[in-house]
Design a protein around this ligand. Structure first.
Ligand SMILES: *Cc1c(COP(=O)(O)O)cnc(C)c1O
Length: 389
């Protein structure tokens, strides 16, 4: 076998000299964890999405945990969400001792079906946790309306959605602009911008923000940055059980460089996604992702549905043999062993569309450094692999 063949990866972060310089600057400054760089990253991120508060944490899973805790999710409560998402969405609910209630995705979409949410709400529902799956905005307007009507807070799992936009009234607004109660972002390398690992909590509620800042640092009443800068001796207190969910200053410095790259990254991803659409338009049976008129994706992933006659694993193998790496569609949490126990979750609707999406969808390579020629070759290879016999 040829061990040296080059394979087009599914994703690739943009990390260059500027990020390396930023990390070096922080390392040599002598202050490496949650400090001035984290504070600056938070200010810049808040400005970018148009929110009064942004609180950086270690990753999006810990962000989701703190968000759920902030709105009062406790042991035995229920949180309405999707099964068709990365496992961390529901794990964060279980980290609160609460029960995820899974509803199906909408027809022609990988996002939650708002019509199914109201039916899944009970007296025990403490939050709705919606996901902007693969960077495609979910129908936040409809979901926020349901939350308000039922007196249930709405949290956005925006792990993949930095740079995505939604039409709100008559203006395009970035995902993260506070319409729901809290939005949570990820900076894992598989997302559109990265800090290695990292997360961000966005809210317009100062009380929530105060709690995030307390809990992420062991619920320490006076932070180490404040003590360090104080001319008088200060003793801290620990009024409740906290967590160590800090982001480091090395990560934040990298994140600030990445924020500067975001507009070009999103523009490039949109151009490549448009080209995929053009190239795949004439391929029988392939469904390209549907972008509603009120949504603009950042195309964190470009996920297509295969024709019924195609076998997912065979198509993926055929692409890999041609030097093209792909991934299966988004997972379904209710199918995983960690959720086999019937106590672990509740099914709030049928999950047929979620299961079909996992079994028929594949994610194609999409990253800023790939060329137009790569897209054309991938689309052509795919077309030949799914051609009806
Ligand atoms: C990536 C992802 C997460 C987890 O983010 P981490 O930063 O890795 O903890 C959560 N939800 C969704 C939908 C994701 O895609």
């Amino acid at each position: 076998m040829n061990v040296q063949r080059t394979v087009i990866p599914v994703a690739r972060p943009v990390l260059e000299e500027a990020e390396a310089d930023a990390a070096r600057r922080v390392i040599l400054s002598g202050w490496v964890t949650q400090g001035p760089e984290v504070a600056a990253f938070e200010r810049e991120f808040a400005a970018l999405v148009g929110a009064p508060h942004a609180c950086a944490v270690s990753n999006c899973t810990t962000a989701l945990h703190l968000a759920l805790k902030a709105v009062g999710v406790e042991a035995g409560d229920e949180v309405v969400t999707v099964s068709h998402t990365f496992v961390a969405t529901a794990n964060a609910v279980r980290h609160c001792g609460a029960v995820p209630v899974f509803v199906d995705i909408a027809p022609g979409s990988f996002n939650i079906d708002p019509e199914l949410i109201a039916n899944a709400i009970t007296a025990r529902t403490r939050a709705i946790l919606c996901v902007h799956q693969l960077g495609m905005p979910c129908d936040l307007q409809a979901i926020v309306d349901i939350g308000i009507r039922n007196g249930v807070p709405v949290i956005e799992d925006a792990a993949c959605a930095i740079g995505s936009e939604i039409l709100w009234g008559s203006s395009w607004e970035p995902i993260g602009k506070p319409h729901a109660d809290i939005a949570c972002f990820s900076f894992h390398p598989r997302k559109v911008i990265t800090t290695g690992d990292g997360g961000m909590l966005i809210t317009s509620n100062p009380h929530y923000d105060r709690n995030f800042r307390l809990w992420r640092q062991h619920s320490m009443s006076v932070s180490d940055t404040v003590r360090h800068g104080s001319a008088t001796v200060l003793f801290e207190e620990y009024p409740e059980v906290g967590y160590n969910y800090r982001m480091t200053d090395v990560q934040a410095a990298i994140g600030r460089v990445q924020l500067g790259r975001l507009p070009q990254i999103v523009e490039r991803r949109r151009r490549l996604a448009d080209l995929y659409r053009v190239e795949l338009a004439a391929v029988p049976g392939i469904a390209v992702p549907n972008e509603p008129q009120w949504a603009r994706s950042n195309w964190q992933s470009f996920c297509i549905a295969l024709p019924e006659w195609a076998v997912q694993q065979q198509v993926m193998q055929g692409l890999l043999d041609a030097g093209i790496s792909t991934r299966r569609g988004v997972m379904n949490i209710h199918r995983e062993l960690a959720y086999a126990d019937p106590q672990s979750h509740r099914q709030g609707s049928k999950l047929e569309r979620s299961e079909a999406a996992q079994d028929r969808a594949i994610m194609l390579p999409l990253y800023t450094q790939m060329s137009e020629a790569d897209v054309v070759r991938i689309a052509g290879t795919l077309a030949s692999l799914v051609a009806p016999a």
